[in-house]
Ligand binder design. Sequence first.
Ligand code: AGP
Length: 609
Amino acid sequence: MCGIVGYTGTKNATPILIDGLDTLAYRGYDSAGIAVWNGTDIVMRKEKGQLQNLKDILKNDPISGSCGIGHTRWATHGEPSYINSHPHGDDKKQLVLVHNGIIENYVRLKAMLQERGCKFVSDTDTEVVAQLLGDLYHGDPIGAITESMRLIEGSFALAILFRDDPYRIYCVCKDSPMVVGYGKDGAHIASDIPAMLAYTRDVTFMGDKQIAVLSPEGIAFYDEFGTPIDKGSTHIDWDLDAAKKGSYEHYMMKEICEQPVAFRKTAEQYVNFKSGKLKADCFPWSDEDAGAVKRIRIIGCGTAYHAGLLGKLYFKRLAGIPCESEIASEFRYSGYEFEPGELLFVISQSGETADTIAAMRMAKAAGVRTVAVCNVIGSTIAREADEVLFTYAGPEIAVAATKSYLTQVTVLFLAALRLAQVRGRIDDARSRELIDGLAAVPAAMESILAKKEKIQYFSSREFSARHVFFIGRGADSALAMEAALKLKEISYIHSEAYAAGELKHGTIALIEEGTLVIALVTQPSLAAKTASNIEEVRVRGANVLAVTNGPMPDVESHCASVWRIEKTDELLAPFTAIIPMQLFAYYMAVQKGCPVDKPRNLAKSVTVE
Ligand code: AGP
């Protein structure tokens, strides 16, 4: 989705803005632009396509100055084009701005402004904000911003330069993230933390409708009525290198390989591996709270939803609590009526996914207690949920979620284990067995990663596949959904996940000679059943690869190929079994020459509905 950066200080703004846009490029975009005060005027450069196009323009036609804003646009209103790319300005040439989000009443506002004589040049909702602000501006930037907020409906993060106040950047946001920070050479703004890390680690998260005014001397904050307010800052200890690719060809491979560490870091926040016990005070439930939970609902989108499917299994099997996992965009319009004693888990890596935020707010409005599982401190979900169980995956740059999924599943497992303990559903010996099993997970992951060439070789033979089916039962059915999403989003190969027993109710008609079927068989208690389903597709010509939990001769005998994970408890198998699936998707995409980290049409953080 769109990205915003801004800088005012003592240095030349252009390289700082371009560096920030480079860092934000992973979010997905189709045009980019900057505006810089050059000492006499605000000058803009923008271009459609890759950031390199903008860099080329700046090489031939540079701009320099110490205050500027920049933007990467992911088209929503109006095609990707020079005209529609940001920054946008007003007719009277008083200001320019960049915008993330969607202005929902832009048609009405545009008509009103056209009646007042405004001439529009683009198809964007953003230009409507620029023209509106221009119309309301009479020398008082904060007044114009607060006034415009009363008229605008929708979500926005705005960074604005006023021509008659040229060394200040005015920022405001609602339902769209924005962070500001003061570094040694001036003040910075960004829509996403990684773009700030090179300049400062102490950042301030903007709240809804709050205004920040950045100047070379500092940052001042105001509420939605223009009254000055104090805001604290948060220290971000993400490693700067963690947001860099290093020697890896793609972020996705780097992030796949970081999973043993991400898993350990996350688990260690909640588990004392030495004593073999959970850190009870890291979970937000007293014995009384835990006993009062009648039902759990988990919401998320995409991969986060898939993590929720495993969470559902854990809450049911371990803690004995009825649980449903739902897609946030469906749930928010389902008319669901919460019951007393429900607990809502909100899963999101970014903490900024629009549908997930809306579903969470719906639950909060109904008085339901919300627990976020989130990777980004200070994000909207982390701020608004009643409780947060953080994942410690570090920055995830590739669009395809890998380490965030793993750490989400880890936290859900541990939350279920905690509830199971408090509700007396599990004895000490079984708890200890599971915690010891968790301690062995990083080594089991490393052993898969050490043999990744085997998966690369398999992919080199299969990358021309047009359809791939993933099948499994129980936890494997949830894993299959994540495996299929990974493959389709980065390799563009049509892939489907099916509960193995459901195939013969229709989908098996698609199986023909050579169809690749990947059977996940990590649940020994269900293996015999899945083996029958494998046989059903094998005899119809499918080329079956099985992922097994240690040696499983009764399953393997039906399959053309087998990848084994280290034998483990079936509740823990998903932690390791997802890795070969991620590697498979990665190698298939590389073989096909796909842009692995930034697949077409996708954005890292989906901040619009
Ligand atoms: C999956 O690889 C995607 N990146 C996507 O499905 C993602 O998980 C989804 O958009 C939810 O994002 P979130 O975790 O930031 O809320």
